[in-house]
Design a protein around this ligand. Sequence first.
Ligand code: HAM
Length: 427
Amino acid sequence: MSKTALRPPRGMRDFYPDDFRRRAWLFDHFRTVGQSFAFEEVDAPMLEHAELFTRKAGEEIVDQLYHFELHDRHLALRPEMTPSIARMVIAQAGSLRMPVRWFTVTQNWRYERMTRGRKREHFQWNMDVWGEPSVTAEAELIAAIFSLLDQVGLPRGEVKIRINSRALLEETLRKGVLAQRPEAFAPLCVVIDKLDKIGADAVIDQLTDSEGAVGLDETSAREVVGLLQLRDLDEAARHAPAGSHAFEELKRLFSLLEAYGVREDVIFDASVVRGLAYYTGIVFEAFDAAGTLRAICGGGRYDNLAQTLGGKPIPAVGFGFGDVVLGELLSDKGLWPELPRCVDDLIFPFGESEREAAIQIATRLRGQGRRVELILDSPKLKRAMIDANRIGAQRIWMLGPDEISRGHAKVRELATGKESEEPINPD
Ligand code: HAM
């Protein structure tokens, strides 16, 4: 066996018990927040027909697919949850009570160029609302993100949500540089989403590439990049057509966020457009306030996806919140809690003749819901004590020939050293 085969593939993680406890702690918070907003948890296969994900707008996510052909089927590991959720909603759209509020906690795979916070496999908590066209849905979702951040102990101000509206940008460009070519808007968003990563010149090169899907002239491309610099909503509205609906929606959203008590940490930022082609309206991303990490989560409105996938039009909005970047932030801030292994009782038979009684005690305690480790071999008492302390057990039950003859076990409370006798069969 090669050494390589004995390691996980690059960018993939093993979860040893300490790692797994952190993961379980985080997922518990994802689920608690999802449930506290009355969202229901759903799931879908991790393997889907590749076609569900292969959109043609030039998105990175499509090039990053883990996909293969098997028995004449072209399959892919899901890189994100949204298309699967859309598929599920479309399949039962006639009978679902709208608005649908669903959340998922799932693993996703993308063949990423790895940087800090980006792996080739990650978990994502998604919350999506289907069937609600108004920004009341966006407001709930953004409030849920802050609720999660509160739950994991991140003080307010450590994370900021940057928000924009693709609809506002689209309205602005449609009366200007895209007046003749509205279909170029989705690929344009995919290109300008890379601004932070590749810089303005490279974005302009891609927008003006005559072979590309956008094909602007240089003046128009510069104008687009100029619009992305805006950080003031009223100023952005001045570039949009009079009476802009998208501007009114953003204003309403900000006032709703005020009511949720999170307005202070949400900033208008015209450069946020998101790299996925399906977004149609408000888009947002959360970042650590210091700006040292990649996006902690991202989402937005995608009212056309159901139709693009062959269903009836259903408005939808949601977000995906990964485990990796948040994990980095909690590590940087020293905010991961101590998560020790939790065992209640350790049962120690001195020898094989006491094993049957030890099994009876373990079974009884487990039936009472206690977490019980039964010693499987025959170590010395000293080693059993060390083990009991190492696993954080509350009590050790000791069973030797004397105890058996009296029908009792000796029980020591590890925190106090206090010892008592407990019957082996209390009934
Ligand atoms: P996304 O921005 O591609 O959106 O991913 C959402 C979040 O997942 C990111 O902000 C990040 O936390 C995490 N993430 C994504 N890729 C990686 C990676 N390679 N390594 C570690 N973490 C990663 C979506 O996936 C949309 N489907 C979200 C959505 C749901 N929009 C509407 N509903």
